[in-house]
Design a protein around this ligand. Sequence first.
Ligand code: SF4
Length: 73
Amino acid sequence: MFYDNGHVHIEDEDQCMTCENFNKGVACPLIQALGLGFVSFEEHLLVTSCGFFKKFERHLKVVSTKEVAKKET
Ligand code: SF4
């Protein structure tokens, strides 16, 4: 991720992709602060050290088609 000319660029390999804040959309405190102009980068920042990272965990549950049919009736 890097900040350039008023824009925050997030690259595929950035840890942001697995961050709860990133998955919620605009919940990232760092991106908000950058967008509002409260902070700016003097050097490249590694998102692994952003200080706000929260791991996003997916919780998937497999259900049978019978259970789905029951709920629909
Ligand atoms: S909190 Fe850190 S890791 Fe998460 S989206 Fe913001 S910059 Fe990326």
